[in-house]
Design a protein around this ligand. Structure first.
Ligand SMILES: Cc1cc2nc3c(=O)[nH]c(=O)nc-3n(C[C@H](O)[C@H](O)[C@H](O)COP(=O)(O)OP(=O)(O)OC[C@H]3O[C@@H](n4cnc5c(N)ncnc54)[C@H](O)[C@@H]3O)c2cc1C
Length: 415
């Protein structure tokens, strides 16, 4: 495909949405470059899994070349399963059946997905480039400016620089996210010990949210099993691209109130893990074992925040996607899916505008008008779910941890 250079797109941030949009535009022959603050592609472990729902999968299907889309499906876990809500001793309160039609959801390893999204973009991703602002570059273009003093000219600039976005104050000045009372310490632990799965069969395809006796504390875990080994699948479908190791793992998260996590603990992986270990002592022995066997360097701290609806977009040829616009607490697994959905939608609008001569400002405005309602519906849903499951309201907490578990069998005996 020949690349047209009279129209170019500069994207700040090589995360899920930035890379997905770059793939979309590359396929359409549009000149696109991604500028990423990290010094290299895999400098952070980001070793957890992500559940792709129908929107995330559809966005990938639309954006990626067919072999890369197949790679995402084949390395992912079987779709479906359950989300169980239990008390701290893993006694069931209630269960949601997540099984939609086959292929409607997929559990994928995030590092593997990042590698898939980077495939084929050689020379189009520029590392060590922290975007700081967008300047007017004349009648037909903009300039994306970097902290190192450099700048890149482009017809359109897209901020996909995540929750801490440096471009947001300029491109969406009235929409700074607000923090929530909750944080999550995330970790991963090997799924097998001496060849045996540490997760009992009853929970094989379940995510579990174990709600502690104390309001505002809960533990989530789920297992990530690779479908086809990434090494073999990459060799077949994306030869030359980096294939992450395909060792199955359990991803977990200790959810707690911000005030329970002193500032001095937040910058140290060891201190965060220790905090999770101390807090897991009141939970079921399976949960304590998961924390005890964690891979320390995979620890991630996530301060839950909630995006605010933007009402003004002052730079008509620039826009934003993903967490930079609509960060949400990770309840319901909508954040990444919504980011991917944005990327495919914006890609579609830009490619249509190129094809039929629509002014690019109109294409961007149309993307924004469509994105804000679905994205903030997801933000509101996630925030509501977080309040319901971790809030301090006494009655719902009492029902979840005292009443419902007594009505159900013990799923995982403590022996
Ligand atoms: C532990 C955890 C589990 C999650 N699980 C799920 C799940 O199951 N399902 C789901 O849908 N979502 C999930 N999410 C949410 C999901 O990961 C995010 O919503 C998604 O990554 C957002 O994509 P993005 O492209 O907006 O930002 P990101 O993927 O965060 O990417 C932003 C990129 O911008 C770069 N950057 C930052 N500042 C600059 C700058 N100034 N200049 C240039 N580059 C910059 C960053 O280094 C990063 O690479 C989870 C999140 C966490 C933390």
């Amino acid at each position: 495909m020949s690349v047209s250079t009279d129209f170019s797109v500069a994207i700040a941030g090589a995360g899920l949405s930035g890379l997905c949009l770059a793939q979309y535009l590359m396929r359409a022959g549009i000149d696109v470059h991604v500028y990423e603050r990290d010094p290299g592609p895999f400098v952070r472990r980001q070793g957890y899994r992500i559940i792709l729902n129908r929107y995330g999968l559809e966005a990938l299907r639309e954006s990626l070349p067919r072999p890369l889309y197949r790679l995402a499906l084949t390395t992912g876990d079987e779709p479906g399963g359950h989300l169980r809500f239990t008390d701290s001793r893993l006694r069931d309160a209630f269960t949601i059946n997540l099984k939609e039609e086959p292929q409607a959801t997929r559990q994928v390893d995030r590092l593997t997905l990042r590698s898939i999204l980077q495939s084929g973009l050689d020379g189009h991703i520029h590392y060590g480039k922290a975007a700081v602002a967008v300047d007017d570059g004349g009648p037909t273009g903009l300039r994306l400016r970097f902290s190192d003093g450099g700048a890149a000219p482009a017809t359109v600039v897209v901020g996909a620089d995540g929750v801490g976005s440096a471009l947001r104050t300029q491109l969406m000045p009235d929409a700074e996210p607000t923090s929530t009372p909750m944080v999550g310490i995330y970790g991963r632990s090997p799924l097998r010990r001496d060849g045996e799965s540490v997760i009992p069969d009853a929970l094989r395809t379940s995510g579990v949210l174990a709600i502690a006796d104390r309001p505002g504390r809960a533990f989530f875990f789920t297992s990530m099993r690779f479908g086809e080994s990434p090494r073999e699948a990459f060799a077949r479908l994306a030869p030359g691209s980096y294939a992450p190791t395909g060792d199955d793992y359990v991803m977990w998260a200790m959810l707690l109130r911000q005030e329970e996590l002193p500032i001095e603990v937040r910058g140290s992986l060891l201190a965060l893990w220790k905090r999770a270990a101390v807090m897991s002592t009141d939970f079921h022995p399976l949960i304590r074992r998961l924390v005890d066997t964690a891979e320390l360097d995979a620890t991630v701290l996530n301060l839950f925040a909630t995006g605010q609806r933007p009402h003004r977009w002052p730079v008509p040829r620039a826009t934003m996607m993903g967490d930079a616009v609509h960060v949400m607490p990770p309840f319901g697994a909508h954040g990444g899916n919504t980011a991917l959905r944005d990327a495919a939608l914006l890609g579609r609008r830009l490619v249509e505008a190129r094809a039929n001569g629509t002014p690019v400002e109109e294409a961007i405005a149309s993307y924004q008008a469509e994105m804000v309602p679905y994205a903030f519906h997801a933000v509101d849903t996630a925030a509501k779910l977080m309040r319901r499951l971790t809030g301090g309201a006494a009655a719902p907490h009492w029902v979840l941890t005292r009443v419902l578990p007594r009505l159900h069998r013990v799923t995982v005996p403590e022996a």
